[in-house]
Structures are given as structure tokens and as C-alpha cells.
Design a binder for this molecule. Sequence first.
Ligand SMILES: Nc1ncnc2c1ncn2[C@@H]1O[C@H](COP(=O)(O)OP(=O)(O)OP(=O)(O)O)[C@@H](O)[C@H]1O
Ligand SMILES: [Mg+2]
Length: 235
Amino acid sequence: MTLTAPTLTATAYRLQGVTRIYRQRDRTVQALAGVDLEIAAGDFVTIQGPTGGGKSTLLQMLGALDRPSTGTVMLGELDIARAGNRELGRVRAEQIGFVFQGFNLIPTLTAAENVDMGLEPLGLDRDERARRVTESLARVGLADRADHRPGELSGGQQQRVAIARAVAKRPRVLLADEPTGNLDERMRDEILDVLETLNAEGLTLVVVTHDSAVARRAHRRLRLAKGVVADITHA
Ligand SMILES: Nc1ncnc2c1ncn2[C@@H]1O[C@H](COP(=O)(O)OP(=O)(O)OP(=O)(O)O)[C@@H](O)[C@H]1O
Ligand SMILES: [Mg+2]
């Protein structure tokens, strides 16, 4: 008798036939033109490609910020295309961490207060919130900067605060759109080290980037052009 080991790889996302058509008066743009894609839990995936290729549109789909025109976007067991607005809001709050090029920190709040803001929708008690703020600032190497405001931090440090804010909710996935786009090389490497560490701890990462130095760190590299995805990991 042969015993076959069960497949242990869980799927974070499964997309089938995903299209997204933007309509503006007489003009239509097909930003996604039939995307089939699986992303394994724990993977580190980058998405490259020309401007206007559909990268941010795809990331918005993965982030439950938008629904496809046709097709299905499964996040675990949830179909983002068919879920209601309240459910999508809850999924975004609890399961998805976002990081953007522009950091999006509130300038009048300290690093700790900025991280704490991301926890607001979760309804945690004060002690648990404080614990998570301390823990996530430590994870990005900023334990000693909790009381600094964004203006008192370098670009790389500001982006690390934004990452801490995203991971404090203990999301299932971290989605980043050009997270190193505003940073010089040294700060970029600083952010890549943080992302790599989080990924090694099990966090699924999907990173949109123009920077091939970022893509080189990924386990899987995708290219999105004219709304169509190609796997270029071995290209
Ligand atoms: N809200 C919108 N309304 C209308 N068209 C849009 C909208 N958002 C994006 N598009 C169009 O959809 C296409 C894909 O845009 P998207 O922002 O996904 O590209 P991208 O790959 O992220 O580009 P970039 O590298 O410049 O960020 C583009 O042609 C864009 O003009
Ligand atoms: Mg974009």
C-alpha cells in the first residue's frame, strides 16, 4: 500500500477569469483582461509591468477595495466579487494589510499613534492594542522611535511605521503598491529586509514594483501588461 502525503500548501488567493472594465462616458478601458492566478499562502510575489498595465487595479481587487467586472476572486473561502460591502469592509480591516508608496502617515501623530490607528476597527481592548503597537514597532526595528512624529523620521523609517501599522492587525496578507518608490537605495534595502523577515515568519506578500532589485528578492515574479498576467519567475 502506498501512502500519499497530503498537500499542505494552502491557497491565499484564487482568481479565475477576472476582468475589470472602467467606463467613463463614451470611453471604456479594460484594465484587467482575464486574469487567472493562484497565490499560495506564505508566498512572496512581485508584480512588475508597464505603466497602465493593471497592477494597481489588480492589487485593489486582492485588497477587497474593488470588485471585478466578471470572474471570481477568492480570498481563502470568501468570494470578493460576490461579498457585500460590510463583509468586504470587515475583511479589509481584519485580514489585509496595505502599504503604499507615499507612507500615508498622519503627520501630527507619533509612530505609536499611527500604528494604533490601524487597530481601531478591530475593537480590541486598550492593553491588547498597546501590546500590538509595541510588538509591531519592534518587528520593524523601531522600538526606540515610538514617540517620534513622521517629520522626525527618515523616509525608510516612515515606511517601516506604515508597515508596522499594516501588520499590527495580524493580517492574512500584506499588499504593497510601490513601497520603495520614494526611497533611495539604502532605505529600499532596509524595507526589503523588513519585508523578507515578515515573509519568513509566514506572512503572504504581494508587492507591486518597478524596481527589479525588489523583484529579485521575491519567490515568484509576475508581469502584468495590458491586463494580462505572465509568470516571469524563470524568465
Ligand atoms: N478609476 C479609474 N477610472 C478609469 N480608468 C482607470 C481607473 N483606474 C485605472 N484606470 C485605467 O486602467 C488601466 C490600468 O491602470 P492601473 O492603475 O491598474 O495601472 P498600473 O499598472 O498600476 O500603472 P502604474 O505603473 O502607472 O501605476 C489604465 O489604463 C488606467 O488609465
Ligand atoms: Mg499603479
